[in-house]
Design a protein around this ligand. Sequence first.
Ligand SMILES: [Zn+2]
Length: 300
Amino acid sequence: MSLSDNFTAFKKRDVPSDLDDLYNEAKDLDIKLNYRCPKGTYDDGFACGLDKTTKKDQLGKISDSIKKVVGATDVKLTGIQPRDAKIILDTLEKESKYIPIRLESIINTVARKSGGTMMINRERSRNGEMKYTLGISPKQMNDKNIFDRRSYSAMINNYRNLAASYNKQASTVPDSKSDLKRSILVYAAKAELEAKLLEKHRDEGKPYVPETVSSMFPPGAKQVEATTLHECGHYRWFSSLNNDDKTAVNNAYRNAEKDDFPSSRSKMNSGEWFAENYALFRLGMKADPIVEKIMKSKKG
Ligand SMILES: [Zn+2]
């Protein structure tokens, strides 16, 4: 995970003025700190820290299965953990039972450009056919597998750990490289600031709103499943809603009360609102009644 990735994820909120300059300076920097899964087992039983050959072998098998399930000819899964690839495959397979899923390719660059963990891109080919690509950002997936984002206390803990890690890193930089040292310390201060802002919101009694449905889960398989379902919600369902259903979704989104949104992402637009509620519905959690009604009226 790179620090600049973190900064693009941060929204500038009510930053105290004395830290404003610090923020502006920090967001222009790009320092990479690598977080790696230690060799062993994930909480959900999957192996991690695999050697290169085993990893390549496992990803190859998963790629072949994905090709069969969604018809993709181009599958590039380098950079992603076999565990995550397997969850994507299982979710696509399950979804294909409700409605066929056809993806032209699965690659790991598109999502990085857009800033998301995963996304399905639509493109019209020369013969007028729609081509769909599932883009994956392995870097961001790894990030999500490290941070627990389920509560104020978890998020505060993340930022405090990040700050401690930057401070430690800065202490190893020789004094002759004072610019680098200072830059890393700026990142540490920024992470500390995020922790303080979260504490402020918590103390003011603001309810904690998760960033996405996937961040309602502990780091692990369920997050990947939720994100894959969210993308299927966009691609396979929202884009093909009939006019009545589309109107119902738009109205429900517009009329939703501030506290009714399940996640920050669902506040963005009616498409995101639908995709987030779709993920909740498929995960067997409480979704908006309109989305539940629409989905129950379909065979899936
Ligand atoms: Zn989305």
